[in-house]
Design a protein around this ligand. Structure first.
Ligand SMILES: [Zn+2]
Length: 265
């Protein structure tokens, strides 16, 4: 399915990382995201967005009946949602939405009632681009970010970066300090989707994994962090378990993310 993850410090209150077009099936496949016992409510306390591409945000419309929907995003992403998609206006006819600006410094991630969730979060900028539906405007800082999420009780820390336009020092520093990283696994080569009639990876601001310039070569190797590639396009040959690309990925010590994967840190 499309990229989405859910995080929680207590197993009761959850935050979604992205709201993908597959959100209904993703929620139904994980019972903890359903309503708390005996209620018609939700266990989802908010959604954290890394960018405003449709594959990251279309699920927000499916969540319209709860609310107000707490959406954590940069000003640039919120601006795309509001001016490019009219999202706040449309959701306003239902449960409404509330924007919470993603912090650049670690900050308590709070529940809808204001209590701390037990998790800390911060955003860091990543090379990327504005979504196609607002491409007329100049790119803005914050169009694409990664998140660092930490549980201070356990010290466990993840990085969530499903869209990586290029590997820079900021990303390298974040990776050096985390236990598990969810990384952009969209394409193996720049031209694989173009050959099928789509756009190139570069035009879509996804650094492909393969080749000497690819993310597999540019990202740190070794035991830490555990590197899990997500957001994998169906043109990416590493999806096939018997492909040479999969063998190369496994040799590098990285993993292909799978639907339903659970981790405890
Ligand atoms: Zn994406």
């Amino acid at each position: 399915m499309q990229t989405s993850a859910a995080i929680s410090a207590d197993g009761k209150h959850w935050f979604l990382l992205e709201a993908s077009p597959d959100i209904r099936w993703q929620i139904e496949s994980f019972a903890a995201l359903g309503p708390p016992a005996g209620s018609r409510g939700t266990s989802i306390d908010g959604v954290l967005l890394t960018n405003a591409d449709l594959d990251h945000v279309l699920g927000l419309w499916s969540l319209r009946e709860g609310g107000p929907l707490r959406i954590h995003a940069t000003a640039a992403v919120w601006n795309s949602l509001v001016h490019g998609l009219g999202m706040d206006r449309i959701l306003g006819f239902f449960g409404g939405s509330r924007w919470l600006e993603a912090p650049w410094e670690p900050h308590a991630l709070s529940l809808s009632g204001g209590e701390p969730s037990g998790l800390l979060y911060s955003a860091f900028p990543l090379p990327g681009k504005a979504p196609r539906y607002v491409e007329a405007r100049p790119g803005a800082a914050g169009d694409n970010i990664g998140y660092r999420i930490e549980d201070p009780r356990t010290g466990g820390r993840i990085v969530f970066a499903p869209d990586i336009g290029a590997v820079d020092d900021t990303l390298r520093e974040e990776l050096a300090q985390c236990d598990v990283a969810f990384l952009d696994g969209t394409f193996w080569t720049d031209g694989e989707l173009e050959e099928l009639g789509g756009r190139s990876a570069a035009l879509m601001a996804h650094l492909p994994l393969g080749g000497p310039e690819g993310s597999l070569a540019a990202l740190p190797r070794g035991q830490k962090p555990r590197r899990i590639f997500v957001h994998i396009n169906n043109s990416n040959p590493m999806l096939r378990e018997d492909s040479p690309e999969r063998a190369e990925l496994v040799r590098s010590g990285a993993e292909v993310g799978i639907d339903g994967q659970e981790l405890e840190l």
